[in-house]
Ligand binder design. Sequence first.
Ligand code: KG4
Ligand code: ZN
Length: 337
Amino acid sequence: MKILAFESSCDETSVAVVEDGKKILSNIISTQIDIHKEFGGVVPEIASRHHIENILPVFTEALEKANCKLSDIDYIAVTNTPGLIGSLLVGLMFAKSLSYANNIPLIPVNHINGHIFSSFIDNDVKLPAISLVVSGGHTNLYYIYEENGKIITDLLGETLDDAVGETYDKIARILGLEYPGGPHIDKLSVSGKDILKIKKPKVDGYNFSFSGIKTFITNYVNTQNMKGNPFSKEDIAKSLQEIIVNVLYDKILMAVKEKDVKTILVAGGVSANKRLREKFLEFTNLKTDENEQIQVHFPKMEYCTDNAAMIGVAAYYDLKNNSQGELKQYDVDAIST
Ligand code: KG4
Ligand code: ZN
């Protein structure tokens, strides 16, 4: 079964062809990062206009690379929520038109579900699993298990304020680093020391809060500037990495202790973070209820940030689960949140 998938929820225009939910025949990504850099973040109106320019060439390239014609495609999948409304609409309208004109059923996909299922690409995932989705807009923790042949994703907790990627980007801005800030902070932190030793926020259950960490660092930088004291960007980067990675680690550890967990999945743009990957390998020292080693999976780099391959894979599992019910494809709307 071949699924042609579209993703345009933020500043990446991406089209992929996915076979049988596992094999990625093509995954073309056109990113607008360089365009939005000079504004210090994504400008929604500019993003939609570039999606309009990019979508046709990206679609053509994805079919060519997969060596496919439209007549080989069984389903068309498209991100319809959450994201920037104008950006979502470009992908959705393009996919709807293709679907209608060629009589190929349309599957709307939730972007976060796409990130969750990016972990299933190239991996034989043993369930039950804990999935952490850490991106610019979301910090969500899920418990994923199988029931009556269906894969269930239960939301355990989420951020009550800023997302992890957002925190990285905001601190990067304060430090005068380019957007997106996460990769720059990741690199700088290698030569820094954890001088700030920021305290863990007290948040009940599986929820998170990162705005206090942002305020703490902002106050530190402002105070140093006011006093005319120099400060090290590397040390701030390292201090931020340590507190964020430790907070995420602790919540997952809590879930591993309380639930039957065989695998830990980490997805979303922040899953590219080197310190996070290093620290999370410590989970492999823990054992499952059956006394087997816990597995930790990170998507390949091209599946960490926004891409259409993950949307195609999520659509495949949606179909398998029959969670779309009777497809009412042309009623589907773009929903920003
Ligand atoms: O999933 P994604 O591409 O887009 C959203 O759906 O938000 O995630 C983008 C986020 C940005 O905030 C970016 O700074 C962050 O992922 N990011 C990183 C790293 N690479 C990307 N954060 C920390 N360390 C990294 N290496
Ligand atoms: Zn994303």
